[in-house]
Design a protein around this ligand. Structure first.
Ligand SMILES: *Cc1c(COP(=O)(O)O)cnc(C)c1O
Length: 664
């Protein structure tokens, strides 16, 4: 949708006259335009139903262009002249930004649309939502109308700030003078100049007060016609041009520089939805690689970011500390399995794995077990893309062959064969036990993803196997590192996946969901035994990223963890598990499907052969869903706030895509 949103610094500042005049100016300039009003309170009750005076003003000014009368352009009309949330409530109605935005879009389809708000930006619609939320949904450039009177600088600058904080652009400010000037006008001129300077905005018009407030329509139309050139310069970006640049110059994850996979451009994200440049809304089944657990643009997380940014975005962590980091580490120690008492804040999951590996090696060095320099892991794992992490990724579908000269050789056992939901088969641990015994003098640590192997194949294995590894580690004096970067914070139905086995690691890595998907942040936690041993005799842990403990990331992680604990995530994840089971069940009947499995908020369809990613991506987008398959796997790991209907849609879209591609 194209157009503008017209808001005011207050009610009664002349928004309607200005909207109507702007409409007329656009029509005079040969543009196809319409002014609409999402909510109109203070309507008159007549025999023809409710009449909105504002719409009558639009009709009066646009009359020459609407010979058959101006269309109905008010989405919701109420009689009481009060805030929309009250008026709607009295009428037994609910106003949500989503439905209002939908109604406005329907009215304004294929035309330049001027959307006039009700009152100012913080006017409530109900359920904690305000006019600003509707403005965000519509995502149009904003025109702010201000009445030139005492206090207007304050109101206007606050409005500008709120609009910008919401990620919207301010197209400009229209100054309206609704009362006669009592001095020579210099005070009012000064107000306008101050708004322009302090607000860093363009003044679209400064409409004088004539004859004690009886301004003619022509005066408004003339003023707004002059503003049109300023408004037309707020042109949209050239999407195709941007995508071409992107394809030519920007590397995306695991892609060719010369023959990249296609990308789509996202404009914004909200709740469970990604909103593309062309207004397409996609249900997000990926939670942005599993991290956006609360969905996008959550008001609590947004506020935490803004508040922290108001204090400080970053300071070095060497020699300095701060509340966001202290509070986050307190929480992590509280939430983590027993015994983990020391936290290292890292700036990504891979880095937290590097730190874990370094901790394990330094621990053994300090203990004098200098032969123990190797790591033991199972096949099918994924721990990140940095060198240490890569060395413990699956040697076949990982990147070992490319970097064989660089990567340390680690010790592997087969992928845990016993599935999560099968009866435990003790023989599945035999090979791991044999290898560990044989190499025990060389091994510093076991590193595995507990219960769910993520990017290495979305494989769910039996908790008893994990318990077995814990026992073997103890038996051989080896450390156990659990990489909960994908599984932590409720994803598998337990807060940490290690709880399925009732065990604690010596070292724990967390990341991804830690910051609710807002900032790159991870952490490595260690037991006192590990931390104190490394630090004995003046020892120090040799790692320290530039952005360690980044206050913005810690602040939003604090907010995300609080939010998680305040919400009933257990029920959310449990429901998603039920819905995924229902939604993906029909896929079991498809010939090309090898396996369908669900655990917590993870649903996986494994095919017999690798999928065609670009083809599937396009099919998914056409049907309004965002999924990113890899290898033989089409899977969903949605935000915890996803609805049953949305999960059903994801399931149907996956089913249809597999069924259709088979016939090609
Ligand atoms: C994603 C992931 C990592 C790597 O995290 P990054 O933030 O991408 O570096 C490591 N381990 C597991 C289990 C992961 O899922």
């Amino acid at each position: 949708m194209t157009g503008f949103f017209i808001t005011g610094t207050d009610t009664g500042v002349g928004k309607t006259c200005i909207t109507a005049a702007l409409l007329r100016a656009f029509l005079d300039a040969g543009r196809h335009a319409l002014a609409v009003k999402p909510v109109q309170t203070g309507c008159l009750k007549t025999e023809h139903g409710l009449v909105a005076e504002d719409a009558e003003v639009y009709g009066r000014l646009a009359a020459p262009y609407f010979p058959d009368g101006y269309p109905e352009v008010c989405c919701r009309k109420y009689i009481p002249a009060c805030s929309p949330h009250l008026a709607a409530d009295m009428a037994g109605d609910t106003l949500t930004p989503d439905t209002l935005a939908e109604e406005v879009r329907t009215l304004g389809a294929n035309t330049l649309t001027l959307v006039e708000g009700a009152g100012g930006v913080a006017v409530p619609l109900g359920d904690g939502m305000t006019m600003l939320d509707l403005m965000q949904r519509l995502d149009l450039p904003v025109i702010i109308v201000a009445d030139n009177k005492l206090g207007m600088i304050n109101h206007t600058l606050m409005t500008i700030e709120m609009v910008r904080n919401a990620g919207l652009s301010v197209a400009g400010v229209v100054i309206n003078n609704t009362t006669p000037v009592s001095d020579d006008g210099s005070l009012r001129r000064s107000n306008v100049a101050t708004i322009e300077e302090y607000g860093d905005v363009s003044i679209l018009a400064d409409i004088p007060n004539c004859d004690g407030g009886t301004k003619s329509d022509a005066l408004f139309v003339e003023a707004m016609a002059k503003a049109l050139p300023l408004l037309d310069s707020t042109a949209k970006s050239d999407v195709q041009n941007d995508l071409n640049f992107d394809a030519d110059h920007i590397w995306h994850p695991y892609t060719s520089a010369t023959n990249p996979l296609p990308t789509v451009k996202v404009r914004s994200a909200r709740g469970t939805r990604l909103i593309l440049e062309d207004d397409t809304e996609l249900v997000d089944g990926m939670a942005s690689w599993w991290c956006a657990i609360h969905g996008y643009a959550h008001p609590t997380l947004d506020r935490a970011m803004r508040e922290q940014q108001g204090r400080m975005s970053h300071v070095m962590f060497g020699g300095l500390t701060h509340d966001p980091a202290i509070s986050l580490c307190r929480k992590l120690i509280d939430l983590a399995p027993e015994g983990l008492e020391h936290v290292f804040l890292a700036d990504s999951g891979s880095v937290s794995v590097e730190v874990a590996l370094k901790m394990a090696l330094q621990y053994m060095q300090t203990k004098g077990e200098v032969e123990r320099t190797k790591l033991f892991t199972v096949r099918g794992g994924y721990h990140g893309d940095t060198c240490g992490a890569m060395s413990v990724c699956d040697p076949n579908n990982g990147m070992h062959h490319l970097f064989s000269g660089l990567l340390p050789k680690q010790i592997f056992a087969p992928r845990p064969a016993c599935r999560f939901d099968e009866e435990y088969d003790p023989s599945s641990l035999e090979e791991a036990a044999r290898v560990l015994k044989k190499h025990s003098s060389e091994i510093a640590a076991i590193i595995v993803e507990p219960i769910v192997q993520g990017a290495g194949g979305m494989w769910f294995y039996h908790p008893e196997y994990l318990r077995g590894l814990r026992a073997l580690a103890d038996e051989h004096g080896i450390l156990l590192i659990l990489d909960e970067i994908a599984t932590g914070f409720g994803r598998t139905g337990k807060f940490f996946a290690s709880e399925w086995a009732g065990i604690s690691p010596d070292i724990l890595c967390v990341g991804k969901g830690l910051s609710g998907g807002y900032m790159t942040l991870a952490a490595t936690l260690a037991t006192s035994e590990v931390a104190h041993t490394i630090s004995a005799d003046g020892g120090v842990l040799m790692h320290g990223p530039t952005f360690m403990g980044n206050p913005l990331a810690c602040a939003v992680a604090n907010a995300s963890l609080d939010l998680l604990q305040q919400t009933d995530w257990q029920s959310q994840v449990h429901n998603i598990e039920t819905w995924l089971n229902q939604a993906l069940a029909p896929c079991r009947e498809l010939r090309d499907v090898a396996n369908v499995r669900v655990l917590g908020a993870i649903g996986v369809v494994e095919l017999d052969a690798p999928v065609n990613v670009p083809q599937l991506q396009e099919q998914f987008i056409q049907r309004g869903v965002w999924l990113r398959p890899f290898g033989k796997l089409i899977y969903a790991m949605p935000p915890y706030i996803i609805s049953e209907e949305e999960v059903a849609r994801i399931g149907a879209v996956i089913h249809n895509a597999i069924a259709e591609n088979r016939h090609q």
